[in-house]
Ligand binder design. Structure first.
Ligand SMILES: Cc1cc2nc3c(=O)[nH]c(=O)nc-3n(C[C@H](O)[C@H](O)[C@H](O)COP(=O)(O)OP(=O)(O)OC[C@H]3O[C@@H](n4cnc5c(N)ncnc54)[C@H](O)[C@@H]3O)c2cc1C
Length: 365
């Protein structure tokens, strides 16, 4: 490890089990994952990442790469291998004229929005601000701008990658096209992305944030009416729904404790006043329990769900695709929720443009 240490930049460092920071750095979002890397390399520069890769090859150590650490399966932490930690490489720079954001591999979605919104711009990301842009973009990236601008990976225009040989290359439509294709949705393991370049679009600064809660007993009516709505709506509207039993948590109003609900959240990307008229029927799919729909800053919408994500919990999750939202499917999902041994949540990411052949459903505990 000492040889590697000497090759790192001034603030780059190697952490081993005896180092004070070890437990904090090896721990990822899902507390159910407990693995113990032989060492963690906290990188500060692209060169640090290249040195770490070369060292791992030389010592025959398995590599894992950690960005935001949100992958529920824990693929960013290896047991007895070398964990390459990018979480201190978080710079975001905006080229306003070209509408391009240069984003380092360890940035969170919040870091990206924070910088791009200074220019009234945004790239599509996800719905929780602490998620890492790297894992999200490499695997796809679904968020409130997806109907209009696609997934995060659709907006990637180039990237700097450290290859398995420890070489630094830039990939785009014109350079290493096959690798560029692979990192737009293929996940990790094709190299380590140190900087992404994303296309930006004018968004906000204020947007209409749709936020309605219905009683779970109205599920069939809510989803049937939502299905009809999706037939007519434009790509300015992106919507997510969640079915869950509300936990008796202090940040949740008492009248909702242990109540099974459907939440409908989303965004209208356009003039908020026009959006209010166009989305009014979403607030009347059944009798709402809560309607917090409002015009709010885009940045606030992007972190609105953060409080719903407990800082220290065990998670299990899985995702499925369905071509239609039938009553039979809703019955099956309800029974999953009713019979779960732990607090469970089912997200239905309804998708207008692809809705005839894709309704991604994420189910997590
Ligand atoms: C609370 C929560 C909310 C979420 N919300 C959404 C959402 O709204 N939309 C959505 O699409 N997804 C969402 N996800 C899923 C999330 O996008 C994925 O779990 C994603 O992999 C997380 O990225 P990360 O950088 O935080 O994770 P990490 O665990 O750090 O990395 C994920 C994977 O990518 C690899 N990797 C990380 N950085 C790099 C890099 N620079 N180069 C190469 N490989 C790398 C890692 O080795 C690992 O295999 C959510 C997950 C959680 C836990």
């Amino acid at each position: 490890m000492e040889t590697l240490m000497k090759k790192l930049s001034e603030h780059g460092r190697v952490i081993v089990q005896e180092t004070a920071e070890y437990d904090e750095k090896r721990q990822i979002f899902n507390k159910g994952i407990q693995r113990f890397p032989a060492a963690i390399v906290v990188c500060k520069t692209e060169q640090d990442v290249a040195e770490a890769v070369r060292f791992a090859r030389q010592e025959d150590l398995e590599i894992s790469v950690r960005a935001g650490g949100h992958h529920v399966a824990g693929t960013s932490v290896t047991h007895k291998g070398l964990m390459i930690d990018l979480s201190e490489m978080k710079k975001v720079r905006v080229e306003e004229k070209q509408k391009i954001a240069f984003v380092q591999g360890g940035a969170t979605l919040g870091d990206v929005d924070q910088e791009t919104q200074k220019y009234g711009l945004a790239t599509p990301t996800g719905t929780v601000s602490e998620t890492g842009i790297a894992g999200l973009a490499l695997g796809g990236g679904l968020g409130y701008l997806r109907a209009k601008y696609g997934l995060t990976c659709d907006n990637m225009v180039a990237a700097n990658v450290i290859t398995a040989e420890g070489e630094q290359i830039r990939v785009s439509e014109d350079h290493y096209e096959d690798l560029f294709w692979a990192i737009r949705g293929g996940g990790g393991n094709f190299g380590i992305v140190t900087t992404f370049e994303f296309q930006l679009h004018p968004v906000g600064p204020e947007v209409l944030a749709i936020d309605v809660m219905y009683d779970y007993k109205d599920a069939k009516q809510v989803y049937q009416k939502l299905d009809e709505y999706l037939d007519k709506v434009s790509n300015d509207v992106s919507l997510n729904t969640m079915m869950m039993t509300m936990p008796p948590a202090p940040f949740i109003p008492e009248f909702l404790h242990n109540r099974s609900v459907i939440t409908l959240t989303g965004m209208y990307d356009g003039d908020p006043k026009e959006g209010e008229a166009l989305t009014q029927s979403l607030r009347e799919l059944a009798e709402p329990i809560v309607d917090a729909t409002a015009v709010i800053p885009y940045k606030k919408l992007q972190s609105k769900l953060d409080t719903m994500v407990p800082p220290a919990a065990n998670f299990y999750g899985t995702s499925l695709y369905f071509s239609e939202l039938s009553n039979g499917l809703l019955d099956e999902l309800s029974s999953v929720l009713d019979n779960a041994e732990f607090p469970a949540m089912i997200q239905l990411w309804v998708y207008r443009r692809l809705r005839r052949n894709m309704i991604p459903i994420t189910y997590s505990i």
